[in-house]
Design a protein around this ligand. Structure first.
Ligand SMILES: [Zn+2]
Length: 250
């Protein structure tokens, strides 16, 4: 084996090794319990690991200056869709005169939330499925589904068969006065749904939808939730940071 072959093999092993290392470090930063009890439920935005919903804008991250390459400072730019990674849909997404993301009340985004475990075999969270779980009385409802079990928020491949909230379940949640709904993949709506009924029902009642939560380190139960989107004026959604802390059982 000549030097060039060894060098090529070394490069290949680095290329092959890097994504695994990134995935592992993301899994460690999202989902781990902090000493103060908070859990980061946010997927890291990274072009190497962030899935992009089919047809949405890709993530473009670029260093304009980089101290690791001898520049005097590090300075970067990024462009990405408003619905990238862990993010919030504001009513404006599917309601003509609905509130933009900067106008969604913080009271909806901060407060008690219940995390509900949906089994891996369930793709459609229908009203019947919802009613198999104790969700009534919860001011905010978050679904932990097959998407978290499979680590899909940390895999750049877009999966079509993610679990979604069926319109009849959305209607139950909306009628019950739930303040916020969350789910662990890029949309709450069935992929390829004939009409965006789940979005219309929830957003039509002013209920923000948190999508793309990283819930692999979160079990079912009652939590305090803080989920804060970037305050982008006049737009229909924005990436957000989401944290959860288990509530003491009463
Ligand atoms: Zn969205």
């Amino acid at each position: 084996m000549g030097w060039s072959t060894i060098a090529a093999a070394a490069v290949l092993s680095v290329v092959a090794w890097t994504p695994q290392r990134q995935a592992a470090s993301h899994a460690a930063t999202s989902g781990s319990l902090l000493s103060n009890g908070w859990i980061d439920a946010t997927a890291t935005l990274d072009p190497g690991t962030t899935p992009v919903y089919e047809g949405n804008a890709p993530l473009k991250f670029e260093f304009l200056k980089d101290m690791r390459k001898g520049d005097a400072l590090t300075l970067s730019t990024y462009s990405l869709g408003a619905h990238s990674g862990t993010h919030i849909d504001a009513p404006m997404h599917f309601v003509r005169d609905g509130a933009s993301i900067d106008r969604v009340s913080l009271e909806r985004l901060i407060g008690p939330a219940r995390v509900i475990d949906i089994p891996d075999g369930v793709q459609a969270i229908t009203a019947a499925e919802l009613n198999r779980h104790g969700w009534r009385g919860a001011p905010r409802v978050i679904f932990r589904t097959r998407s978290a079990l499979r680590g899909w928020m940390h895999s750049p491949t877009f999966h079509h068969d993610f679990a979604y909230i069926a319109p009849d379940a959305a209607q139950l949640l909306a009628d019950a006065g739930v303040q916020l709904v969350g789910i662990d993949y890029l949309s709450a709506e069935q992929f390829g749904a004939p009409a965006p009924m789940t979005h219309r029902i929830l957003l039509g009642k002013g209920i923000p939808i948190v999508e793309g939560l990283a819930l692999e380190g979160v079990r079912a139960g009652d939590y305090d939730l803080i989920v804060l989107p970037m305050k982008v004026g006049g737009h229909e959604g924005a990436p957000a940071r989401a944290v959860l802390r288990e509530r003491a059982k009463s």
